[in-house]
Every structure is written in structure tokens, then in C-alpha cells.
Design a binder for this molecule. Structure first.
Ligand code: NAD
Ligand code: 13P
Length: 420
């Protein structure tokens, strides 16, 4: 019987952490997974910093910048994006995306959301047609045709089913194996749940390649997203079925607790919208207003998050308010992101130093990317197209602060409910 080969597409702060998590699990479950985990690296030349334990002035490696993928494979550490964390030796960094995804039946997407269109173009026709995806990316896609979940964008562009993983997950804490929990939304087509075939089952080329419509993939054009038809190819019978149980075996660690749900939209939207709330928390903290102010924007932000899901994804995606209020991907991610996330920290620093959030990102993050700025702009463009900016006053205020149209001091008045 075959085993699932796993590729992580992306190797930033969170991409490298997730590669560590899944590589520990593929090694422990060799009956289900190939132990080697491929990790696609966007190649760049990196110098080993003097502060690194790998620095040795006399070594050839330290004499000049080296390709990041080679450093990861030699040092078993991503010294640029996840420094001081040992990666398991079965994580293999690969600068060729085509080679990294070759023959992989599980693709884990984990890179800043602005790069998804390029990645999907590069991957078109290069992946197994029956591969299954999980998006760990926080954001949404907004275009003239409406709003799309990133898991749907990836799924539709590549013609595969793609679920989502999101939660209160500051990457470095998980990389250090400090306890945290996450939510995985995986609602694959029923044809994936069949029992493993007995020995002598047909080979991949002979298996039933029935395709099916996946009603919940969509492209939103008006208030509620419109389902589109994506033809899916069945997982061949000689692979272990890709059920919730298999997904749990891939992601759950003693320090990383996984809860599985079916609400892909709730999980995806929680991760996207909390970044707007984290910017708001950074702005009020940057004013020196303290924890009560932060709690106020968190409260209003969570309400707007629930309202957003209900307004735009409840009919087609069956988004549940409880995904936001009860799972790690909702309220818990708002809390952790507003305490220590990069969006929060950069927004706070921007106010304190009188700079833009983009300038702080460029100066302070050593190549890591914020998702909140673009998400605030994308969500605003969508709300404007629906004539609903006023229904989401906090999201709208954050956008207007980023655009320099209003001051953070105006947030309290703007989020105050208006008398009708
Ligand atoms: P990151 O912020 O570390 O971003 C840097 C990554 O972008 C690097 O891997 C870099 O190689 C890559 N990159 C730069 N230019 C590129 C290009 N032109 N094409 C392709 N890739 C390029 O990334 P991250 O923290 O791994 O975040 C990935 C996603 O995970 C984001 O959506 C983020 O919101 C989400 N996330 C992050 C965390 C966290 O704590 N870091 C936690 C949960 C979720
Ligand atoms: P930042 O990207 O703001 O650091 O948030 C990390 C995160 O998503 C925590 O769950």
C-alpha cells in the first residue's frame, strides 16, 4: 500500500514550525506517511549571524552568504525565519517547488497570502491530481468577483480539496514546544473516507477516478458566496484514507493540540479577521491607553468577525458563530494576537515612533510579513462593494487609520453603537 508523502509549501516563521510539527508525526507514523517531509524554500542568500550558535569565523559557511535551502539542510535550522530551533533531520528543504511537490498527496500551504496566486500558477499541472491540501495561511482574497477564502482559492486554482488550519498559534512558542491548541477544518469529499482496500487493490492508474462536485467551494459575487463546481479526483484506493483521524495524526503533538471541525469558512475567517483586530489593539496600546482599551477593541472585533461570517458565508459555507466563539481559531486567536502577535507589535511601534506600519514591518521583521495591512484593505474593498462599511465600524476604522484618513484616537467614538 502507498503512504502519504507530505510537502510544506513555504518556510517562513510558521511554515518552518509546521514542517517541524508534521515531520515529528510522519516519523512516528510510518504506516501512514513517508517519513521525509519536503519543505519548499523561496531561495535567498543568507549570512549566518554572529549571534548564531552556528557562527564560526573560520568556517567556509560563514565566509559569505549561502543559499537558505542549503543552510537549512546542513544546519537543520532555518537561521533566518526560525532561529535557534532545531528542525528534525527528516525535514528536507527544497528550492524547486516542482520537485518539492512531486508525488505528494498532502500539500500544506504556509506562506504569506500575497504569494498564493504565483504559487498556484507555478503548481498548475505539477501536483498529483488527487492531492489534498491544508491552508495554514491567514487572509482572504478579494477581487472584482468578490471575496474568497484562501483555502477555496487554493482548492479552485489547483482543482483539489483544501481544508484549513488556524488557531491561537504564535509560531515561535509552538516551535519551542510550549503548549498551544489549534483548529483544523477538514471536510473532504465522502469518497475519501472509504476503508483501505485489501491487498491486491488496483494500482493508482487503475483506480476509480470518479470526480465529484464539491458544493462548498465558491466564489463570492454578492452578499452570500456563490458555490462553484470544482471537479475532484478520488484518492486512489491504495492510499490510507484521509479522514479526520489521519489529519489528527499529522498535526497533533503533545504540545500542539488539534481540534477538528468541518467549518472551513469559520476557521479561515477567524485567522484572517483577527489580524485587523490585532492592528486596532496595537493602535490603542500605542496611544498608551492600556488593557481596558485593548479589551474593548477585542470585544467589538469578535462581534464583527461573527457578523462577517454570518453575513457572507452562512448560507453557502454553513459558517457557525460557535466556530468563532468556541474554537481556538476565533476568540483565542484574537486574544493571543492582541497580546504578542507581529501585527499588534508593529502597529503599536508605528504609533510610538510616528512611522507607518509598513515602515516598521520593513525595518523590524527581518523579511517576515504582516498579513493585517493587506487584509484590512481587502476586507474594506469588499465591504465597500457591498455598501456595508458602516456595519463593521472597527474594521473600517482600522482601514482608515492605515490610509491616514482618521486618527487612532477616534476609535472609541467610531465603534460606539449609533442610536437608530
Ligand atoms: P513569514 O512572515 O515568516 O514570511 C516570510 C516568508 O515569505 C519566508 O518564507 C520567505 O521566503 C517568503 N517569501 C518572501 N518573498 C517571497 C516571494 N516572492 N515568493 C514566495 N515566498 C516569499 O511567514 P510565516 O510566519 O510562515 O507566515 C505564513 C502564514 O502563516 C501567514 O499567512 C501568517 O499570517 C500565518 N501564520 C503565522 C504565524 C506566526 O506566528 N508566524 C502563526 C500562525 C499563522
Ligand atoms: P502575527 O502574524 O500577527 O504574528 O500573528 C500570528 C498568529 O497568527 C497567531 O495566531
Amino acid at each position: 500500500a502507498k503512504k502519504h508523502k507530505v510537502t510544506v509549501v513555504g518556510s517562513g516563521n510558521w511554515g518552518s514550525t509546521i514542517a517541524k510539527v508534521v515531520a515529528e508525526n510522519t516519523r512516528e507514523n510510518p504506516n501512514l506517511f513517508e517519513p521525509i517531509v519536503q519543505m519548499w524554500v523561496y531561495e535567498e542568500e543568507v549570512s549566518i549571524p554572529k549571534s548564531s550558535k552556528h557562527y564560526d569565523a573560520s568556517s567556509e559557511l560563514c565566509s559569505k552568504p549561502q543559499p537558505l535551502s542549503q543552510l537549512v539542510n546542513q544546519l537543520h535550522e532555518n537561521i533566518k525565519y526560525l532561529p535557534n530551533i532545531a528542525l528534525p533531520e527528516n525535514v528536507v528543504a527544497n528550492p524547486s517547488i516542482e520537485d518539492a511537490v512531486k508525488d505528494s498527496s498532502i500539500l500544506i500551504f504556509n506562506l504569506p497570502h500575497q504569494f498564493i496566486p504565483k504559487i498556484c500558477r507555478l503548481l498548475g499541472g505539477k501536483i498529483l491530481p488527487f492531492a489534498r491540501g491544508i491552508s495554514c495561511i491567514k487572509g482572504v482574497e478579494v477581487s472584482e468577483s468578490g471575496i474568497r477564502l484562501l483555502s477555496d482559492q487554493i482548492g479552485e486554482e489547483l482543482g483539489i480539496y483544501c481544508g484549513a488550519l488556524s488557531g491561537a498559534n504564535i509560531a515561535t512558542e509552538i516551535a519551542m514546544e510550549k503548549y498551544s491548541e489549534t483548529t483544523v477544518a477538514y471536510d473532504p469529499p465522502a469518497m475519501d473516507s472509504r476503508q483501505p482496500s485489501p491487498s491486491g487493490s488496483p494500482s493508482t492508474s487503475q483506480v476509480n477516478l470518479v470526480t465529484t462536485d464539491l458544493g462548498d467551494l465558491h466564489s463570492a459575487t454578492s452578499k452570500q458566496a456563490q458555490p462553484s463546481k470544482t471537479k475532484l479526483q478520488a484518492l486512489p484506493a491504495d492510499y490510507p484514507p484521509l479522514t479526520h483521524e489521519t489529519m489528527k495524526k499529522l498535526f497533533h503533538r503533545p504540545y500542539f493540540h488539534v481540534r477538528l471541525v468541518s467549518d472551513t469558512a469559520g476557521v479561515s475567517l477567524g485567522g484572517a479577521l483577527k489580524n485587523i483586530i490585532a492592528l486596532a489593539a496595537g493602535f490603542v496600546d500605542g496611544l498608551g491607553w492600556g488593557d481596558n482599551a485593548k479589551a474593548a477593541v477585542m470585544r467589538v472585533g469578535i462581534l464583527e468577525m461573527v457578523r462577517f461570517g454570518q453575513a457572507f458565508f452562512s448560507t453557502t459555507h454553513h459558517t457557525r458563530a460557535t466556530t468563532f466563539t468556541e474554537e481556538s481559531c476565533g476568540v483565542a486567536d484574537v486574544v493571543t494576537s492582541c497580546m504578542g502577535g507581529r501585527n499588534f507589535r508593529c502597529a503599536k511601534m508605528a504609533l510610538e515612533r510616528g512611522m507607518t506600519v509598513e515602515e516598521i514591518e520593513e525595518k523590524e521583521l527581518n523579511g517576515q510579513k504582516l498579513q493585517g495591512i493587506s487584509t484590512a484593505r481587502e476586507v474594506n474593498a469588499f465591504l465597500k462593494s457591498q455598501g456595508m462599511e458602516a456595519d463593521f465600524p472597527l474594521f473600517t476604522a482600522v482601514y482608515n487609520i492605515l490610509e491616514g484618513k482618521i486618527k487612532p484616537q477616534q476609535i472609541p467614538d467610531l465603534i460606539e453603537p449609533k442610536d437608530t
